[in-house]
Design a protein around this ligand. Structure first.
Ligand code: FE2
Length: 278
């Protein structure tokens, strides 16, 4: 499906909502004494839609920066107190029953998956010999935003997308495959469209577009390969089993990154200990 057709289907606005708890935490930090912008940036990074908004804002011509900013901590210090207050005021907040979503789906599943993928992507960048030249902090935000298309699809398609999500989980197949079959496009198409429309840094657009190895492109490029492998590790953590890791992870991506399977399992075991409070 062509870009224009997807845009037509989704309309002009992409108002992906944030989680109220995260917004509250940032408000508390900004209202409290001596909040550091590093702390605020880390709190923003607990919410992928809000992170995308912050990066969109600081990378806009308004700030006139010579180099694009990827790090939420750096972005928070550039936006400053007033910029962040404005961002919070304008951010749409999730108003449905968050714990249950559409009766059966906990929307925080999306947040947890992205937060964990971000951490694993950064760690993987540190340990993978084939990731040389890539920065762990940059890969953190790539992991965080790679699945932003899922947030858009959930927001726009609701129940129909949850059905696809649950089918992918039950059958343990790539959700992108089912999305294409049912909707004619994937969360990768949508996420990249959003990242482009919001003029996010090209690095993020690339990770978003290619992290599920469409046309074998993750096998050729270490950046989406890291996000792909991180995503698969997190998937195994979520399922509590590594059974399908090899089947679902292209061997060429692992070769490109030059990592040992034992390193990946150790990394996964450490990530599984992460506590995420949303
Ligand atoms: Fe994905």
């Amino acid at each position: 499906m062509k870009q224009a057709e997807i845009e037509k289907h989704l309309g002009a606005q992409l108002n992906v909502p944030s989680l109220p708890k995260v917004i509250e935490r940032i408000r508390d930090l900004l209202g409290g004494p001596g909040a550091s912008m590093v702390e605020v940036g880390r709190a923003v990074a607990q919410d992928p839609p809000l992170t995308a908004r912050l990066l969109r804002s600081v990378n806009s011509p308004h700030y006139g920066l010579a180099e694009p900013i990827l790090s939420p901590e750096h972005a928070a210090s550039v936006a400053g107190f007033r910029g962040l207050e404005n961002l919070l005021l304008r951010a749409p907040v999730f108003s449905g029953p968050i714990s249950l979503g559409l009766g059966r789906f906990d929307v925080r599943t999306l947040w947890r998956h992205s937060i964990l993928t971000a951490r694993v992507a950064a760690e993987l960048t540190r340990v993978a010999a084939g990731a040389n030249g890539l920065e762990p902090d940059d890969m953190h935000v790539c992991g965080l935003l790679a699945d932003i298309g899922h947030f858009v699809m959930f927001d726009r398609m609701g129940e129909a997308w949850v059905d696809v999500y649950e089918r992918a989980e039950a059958e343990d197949v790539g959700i992108d495959v089912l999305e294409r079959e049912v909707f004619g496009f994937t969360h990768n198409d949508l996420g990249a469209m959003m990242a482009k429309r919001w003029a996010l840094p090209e690095t993020i657009v690339r990770a978003t577009r290619f992290h599920d190895n469409e046309n074998g492109l993750a096998e050729l490029d270490a950046l989406p390969a890291i996000v792909l492998v991180a995503d698969r590790i997190v998937h195994c953590i979520e399922r509590g089993s590594w059974k399908s890791f090899q089947d679902r992870t292209p061997a060429a991506c692992l070769e490109r990154l030059d990592v040992e399977p034992t390193e990946l399992e150790a990394l996964g075991a450490r990530a599984a200990e992460t506590k995420i409070v949303l």
